[in-house]
Design a protein around this ligand. Structure first.
Ligand code: FAD
Length: 288
């Protein structure tokens, strides 16, 4: 099913994200993860893809496993290290499998270019436009409440987002954020740029303190003092950190739904038990 048919302003969507194993031979490890996630009845499950093409083969394989379980996959597709021809081949493969949704991404720029500039799409908006011309997919894009790390400022980032939305995105999924006011401010400024596509709030449970601090630094995501205190206090105590992260993410979701956010997208980090614990806390809030 196309995600554009799933999203409905009168109902909060609930979706999940998994990442495929880097080594293709480990693909069967996804079976248990997906069986557990299926029990949460997500509206769709997104499957990440390596910018360098490291998971280019396993992303479709994980999408197939999602389809086999009667669920809707959203395949991530990055264009920074792929030729236009390679992208077209990948789109054909996904379509032949029955995948109807693609999250069109640029990906992080590699230190050593994999394909020449003339062979590839420059921005995610170029990939969105190409997939819209293809016409077979529902296409989404990424957005950044704290601003993309390379953007000169939040305003120019939103100008670029407007180009991407106008290229044909049916929805936008946010980068993780930990202060809901940052998202509300972002959504308000997006509306002022006339960006009107549904924005799905990306929620990351901060269960692993060290890994989490690093990914905040790399992505330019601000860490509010309340979360910093939690990491300082419980970072070396995995059980306490897990519990605090589940409560923090649950509280974030309750506030987001209370303030009218249309969709919650949970970064599961391939740990179904954490996604299940969060959903248990917010099931009625999500109207499930
Ligand atoms: P773009 O939208 O192209 O933006 C990149 C930068 O260029 C921004 O600074 C933007 O302001 C600027 N820009 C864009 N268009 C223009 C323009 N027309 N003119 C001038 N400037 C412009 N990475 C992966 O490798 N694999 C994944 O599976 C993956 N999944 C992700 C899922 C989500 C929800 C998010 C938020 C990110 C994900 N990423 C993933 C990370 C993403 O690839 C990086 O953040 C990357 O650096 C930017 O990708 P983008 O698609 O947002 O790029």
């Amino acid at each position: 099913m196309k995600i554009s048919e799933i999203l409905n302003p009168n109902r909060v969507s609930f979706s999940l994200e998994v990442f495929p194993p880097k080594i293709g031979s480990e693909i069967d490890k996804m079976d248990d993860i997906l069986d557990s996630l299926a029990e949460l009845h997500p509206d769709f499950i997104s499957v990440t893809c390596g910018a360098s093409g490291s998971t280019a083969r396993t992303t479709p394989a994980v999408c197939q496993k999602i389809l086999d379980r009667g669920m809707t996959p959203l395949a991530h597709m990055t264009c920074v290290s792929a030729s236009r021809e390679g992208i077209a081949d990948c789109a054909n493969q996904l379509h032949d499998m029955g995948v109807e949704n693609i999250l069109a991404l640029r990906g992080d720029i590699p230190e050593v270019p994999v394909v020449s500039d003339s062979e590839r799409y420059t921005y995610a908006s170029d990939l969105v436009a190409a997939l819209m011309e293809d016409g077979r997919f529902c296409v989404g894009g990424a957005c950044y409440p704290d601003g993309h790390i390379e953007a000169a400022n939040k305003d120019s980032d939103l100008d670029a987002l407007k180009i991407k939305a106008d290229a044909g995105c049916s929805f936008l999924t946010t980068q993780m954020f930990f202060d809901n006011d940052v998202l509300y401010s972002f959504m308000y400024r997006a509306l002022r740029k006339d960006i009107r596509v549904p924005i799905l709030a990306g929620i990351m449970p901060a269960t692993n303190a060290r890994q989490f601090a690093r990914s905040c630094q790399l992505s330019g995501t601000a860490m509010p003092p309340r979360l910093r205190s939690i990491l300082d206090k419980f970072g070396d105590n995995p059980a306490a950190m897990r519990q605090a992260a589940i409560v923090y993410a649950s509280e974030q979701i309750i506030d987001l739904v209370a303030n009218g956010v249309q969709g919650i997208h949970l970064y599961t980090m391939n740990r179904p038990s954490i996604a299940a614990a969060i959903l248990k806390n917010v099931k009625s809030v999500l109207g499930r």
